[in-house]
Design a protein around this ligand. Structure first.
Ligand code: ASP
Length: 292
């Protein structure tokens, strides 16, 4: 038991440089709340769930309230969670009218023998599990981006993620997204795919963001883990190799990674990534743009 904790979060990688002061402020609040709870002995699983809920509710990121519509004007959400303490995972894909997709993912993990539920069956499960649904999704969701805010050449993406190491030395990871704004109906990205966007075991936790198809084909989160576990690479070398590979194949995005020693990476291959972290000293680091 190290008695030390770390919480790392991201609010999505992006290709467009805008004024992101509100986002940085929101990251601060999430880290502040997380740091207080982790200091009091909160589990890594509870900490990543809470951090993602706060970002889903903020309306600032393309996850939860801030999610954007697909090509048919509907909101379809993806999320996943993995608990490094138990090795268990849960996820939901392309579900509608749910306030906090991360809670649905966690319910899949805790209340079913399955890992991933999708579509209408997932929606029925959420009702059975008592997950809060939305009566009027069209008025609840307030897309954080609109088509006119970014250049036509840039895809509109945004996702939130959190990874944590608690005082007992356990790791957890969670990722939640509305996916690509204007995506094809039924499109599922990397965010609910364990091993692509989300990974946590006894040694490492990862959450990714960016052009999901590239992260899926690269099995990115698990590849970071595999490079560390099987090749003995450092966290920095492993995350760099995975992101460079994604960029070389034409993709873009970023990730956050944390190991049981408390080493962290917040790395991206695009214009920027909303990101931050806090450790046991309580000092909060949050930024959106590259180091200046
Ligand atoms: N990876 C997400 C997806 O492709 C989007 C994002 O991270 O911004 O659905």
């Amino acid at each position: 038991m190290s008695q030390k904790f770390t919480l790392v979060i991201h609010g999505g990688a992006f290709q467009d440089a805008r004024d992101y002061e509100a986002h940085t402020h929101a990251l601060h609040e999430v880290l502040n709340a997380g740091s207080k709870n982790l200091a009091q002995g909160q589990s890594a699983l509870a900490a990543v769930t809470q951090a993602v809920i706060m970002m889903e509710n903020s309306g600032l990121f393309i996850a939860g309230k801030g999610a954007g519509p697909n090509s048919e004007g509907d909101y379809e959400l993806d999320a996943s969670v993995m608990d490094g303490k138990t090795g268990k995972a849960g996820a939901i894909a392309a579900v509608r009218a749910v306030k906090n997709p991360v809670l649905a993912a966690r319910a899949v993990m805790e209340k079913t023998p399955h890992v991933l539920l999708a579509g209408t069956g997932a929606e029925r499960f959420m009702d059975e599990a008592g997950i809060e649904r939305l009566d009027d999704p069209q008025s609840y969701f307030t897309p954080s981006h609109t088509e006119s805010q970014v250049p036509k050449s840039a895809s509109i993406h945004g996702t939130v993620g959190a990874i944590a190491l608690d005082k007992d030395g356990h790791l957890a990871a969670a990722t939640s997204t509305g996916g690509l704004v204007g995506k094809k109906a039924g499109r599922v990205g990397d965010s609910p795919i364990i091993g692509a966007a989300t990974w946590a075991d006894a040694d490492i936790a990862v959450s990714t963001t960016g052009f999901g198809e590239y992260f899926m084909r690269a099995v990115a989160a698990y590849d970071v883990r595999a490079l560390c576990a099987y090749k003995g690479e450092t966290l920095e070398a492993a995350t760099g190799k995975v992101l460079d590979g994604i960029k070389a194949s034409g993709g873009w995005g970023g990730l956050i990674a944390l190991n049981k020693k408390g080493e962290i990476r917040l790395d991206y291959r695009c214009a920027g990534m909303h990101r931050g972290f806090v450790r046991s000293d309580g000092k909060i680091h949050a930024r959106s743009h590259p180091e200046s």
